[in-house]
Ligand binder design. Structure first.
Ligand code: NAG
Ligand code: NAG
Ligand code: NAG
Ligand code: NAG
Ligand code: NAG
Ligand code: NAG
Length: 517
């Protein structure tokens, strides 16, 4: 009787599994049990095992790929009816006006030094025709320039502004989108190399009391030459310092309003005596934050002295310069004129005449130039670039030059010799070639949904598994659980317990009673 009972129970449990296994939607497994011959069973078992291994291996690969966070770039051309006009920064290539230099001024000596070095260089290059000596002389010249820059930058901002070229004197014609503009459309900042630089449409302006206020950016609703920014500038070549400035014209940069312009490293030079037309095309770049490949940042928790001094947004260049300035401040105890230094920090400007300071500053300049400062400066997440097409023509033309100078005389008393008119005037036109822009977006190559569907596909391909199969196994688990609960309950009363669950005659279930008979 006991024997019968146990055998009955065991066979029920086995049958429970048996039915599941035979009817499971995971193909392969039923085939193992369906096969009558042992050899077929063996082959099926081996095959099911092999398929399971393949599925596991490929799923592991898939998960590993997902956690390496792959990404790719998507390029779209977006057509737009209106575009924000970028900021246009102009700097005269000459930083200090000759007439503002006083003979007693220390800077004058350094200028004469550099002048001597230049003459020396010419003498030597005249004698030796090999270029072997060139770097050495270049270093000497750079040294004189640095001495000059060092002395110039010891001055206060007001003095520097006063000594540089003034926009009121330079701007003779300004037209934007068919409307006249004047100096109030520009904001000024001081660059260590070019002195006064002026930014058109910088979204910043000064009110009557001289406080910075922000204004809305200008928009462009039509592409083409006619609807751009037309500027005519008088570059005052007579004020150029002979030994410091060897080329004449202006440096022009096109950049986003939130970006700090670095005219010493970026931009294009515009020569006098020519009309330079600059057609631009906007490129908008969006990058992904960590953990994706470019690991961009929006500048949170990154020191940016350009934000403190100029209200500029985060860029990699600004970060690198801030980092260099920080190293110099910490190690040399002074602030370098090449980089922004917030007034709140109260660091004095580096005086290169002091030997210890000079060596220290030179070391960090070298490290900055060789990217050796261990700065963590990731790229910015949003970047707006402008691809430029530059073309030029002679301006003013021979036919026009007469009436051009007459029109100038009517407005201002420019005392310029007939022969040097072309040397003193710059015309530049900046316009959008088209209102469409290119959007380059970094996007994840694999999202969570991709991962799940890829894994589902693989598991389905190799072993025919699906979420429903999982539900079947869950059902089996519940059944087994119920079975054992019933067995425990049955043990308590001695009489044969009838399992109502089994008596329901679920398809595929063979009740214990029928087996025992
Ligand atoms: C240059 O000289 C003028 C007077 O001739 C004086 O007002 C000015 O302050 C001097 N500038 C400097 C930088 O010494
Ligand atoms: C350049 O060479 C000429 C002679 O060739 C000499 O008279 C002059 O002093 C030299 N200038 C310098 C700066 O060495
Ligand atoms: C210039 O170079 C040529 C060969 O490169 C050499 O023969 C000549 O002597 C050189 N001139 C001087 C002045 O060194
Ligand atoms: C500049 O132009 C604005 C209007 O566009 C005008 O209000 C302002 O007075 C002008 N400023 C000068 C200095 O001409
Ligand atoms: C330019 O367009 C922006 C966005 O459409 C708008 O907010 C802004 O007021 C416009 N600027 C001007 C000067 O109209
Ligand atoms: C720089 O240092 C030198 C020598 O130590 C000194 O003569 C000069 O006045 C200093 N310059 C400034 C602007 O402090």
């Amino acid at each position: 009787m006991t024997l019968l009972k146990t055998s009955c129970e065991v066979s029920t449990l086995r049958q429970l599994g048996w039915t599941i296994v035979q009817h499971t939607s995971a193909h392969g497994i039923p085939n193992v049990f369906r096969s009558r011959h042992w050899f077929r069973k063996l082959v099926w078992t081996a095959f099911v095992f092999f398929a399971l291994c393949c599925a596991l291996w490929q799923c592991t690969e898939m998960v590993l790929t997902y956690f390496s966070y792959p990404s790719h770039d998507k390029i779209t051309l977006i057509s737009s009816a209106k575009l924000k006009f970028p900021a246009v920064t102009i700097c005269n290539l000459n930083s200090v006006r000759l007439s503002s230099l006083n003979r007693s001024f220390a800077m004058f000596t350094s200028l004469q030094d550099s002048g001597l070095e230049m003459a020396h260089r010419r003498n030597r290059s005249h004698i030796w025709n090999s270029s072997a000596d060139f770097p050495d002389e270049y270093v000497q010249y750079a040294g004189a320039f640095k001495k000059f820059a060092s002395e110039f930058n010891q001055l206060s901002d007001e003095q520097k502004t006063e000594m540089g070229h003034n926009l009121e004197d330079m701007l003779i014609f300004c037209n934007f989108h068919g409307q006249e503009c004047n100096t109030s459309f520009f904001s000024r900042f001081i660059n260590y190399k070019f002195g006064n630089c002026y930014t058109f449409n910088s979204q910043k302006t000064t009110d009557v009391e001289g406080n910075l206020i922000s204004i809305e950016a200008l928009n462009i609703t039509k592409a083409g030459f006619m609807y751009g920014l037309h500027l005519e500038l008088f570059i005052q070549q007579i004020e150029y310092i002979r030994d410091m400035t060897h080329s004449a014209g202006i440096r022009l940069l096109i950049h986003d309003q939130s970006q700090m312009p670095f005219p010493e490293d970026e931009g294009v030079n515009i020569p006098p005596g020519a009309e330079t037309d600059i057609g631009m095309m906007k490129v908008h770049i969006k990058r992904l934050k960590s953990p994706y490949e470019s690991q961009c940042t929006e500048g949170e928790n990154v020191k940016n002295y350009y934000k403190d001094s100029y209200g500029a947004g985060y860029t990699r260049e600004a970060c690198k310069r801030t980092c260099a300035q920080q190293s110099i401040m910490e190690n040399c105890g002074c602030s370098h004129w090449e980089f922004a230094s917030p007034k709140e920090l109260h660091y004095t400007k580096c005086n290169l005449s002091t030997p210890g300071v000079r060596d220290c500053v030179e070391l960090y300049e070298f490290k900055f130039a060789h990217d050796d400062l261990n700065c963590h400066c990731p790229l910015q997440c949003m970047e707006e670039l402008y691809e430029l097409t530059v073309s030029g023509s002679q301006w003013p033309s021979t036919a026009f030059i007469g009436s051009f100078s007459r029109s100038l005389k009517a407005f201002r008393a420019f005392q310029i010799a007939q022969s040097s008119r072309r040397d003193n005037f710059v015309k530049v036109v900046v316009y959008f070639k088209q209102l469409n822009y290119e959007l380059i977006e970094e996007e994840p190559s694999m999202t969570e949904i991709d991962l799940i569907s890829n894994m589902g596909g693989l598991v389905g391909l190799w072993v025919g598994f699906s979420v429903c199969t999982l539900a079947e196994f869950f059902e089996l688990f519940i059944d087994v659980l119920l079975f054992f609960i019933q067995r425990c309950l049955r043990k308590a009363p001695p009489e044969v317990y009838r399992n109502p669950y089994l008596e329901k005659q679920r398809p595929g279930y063979i009740s214990c009673k029928t087996t025992t008979i």
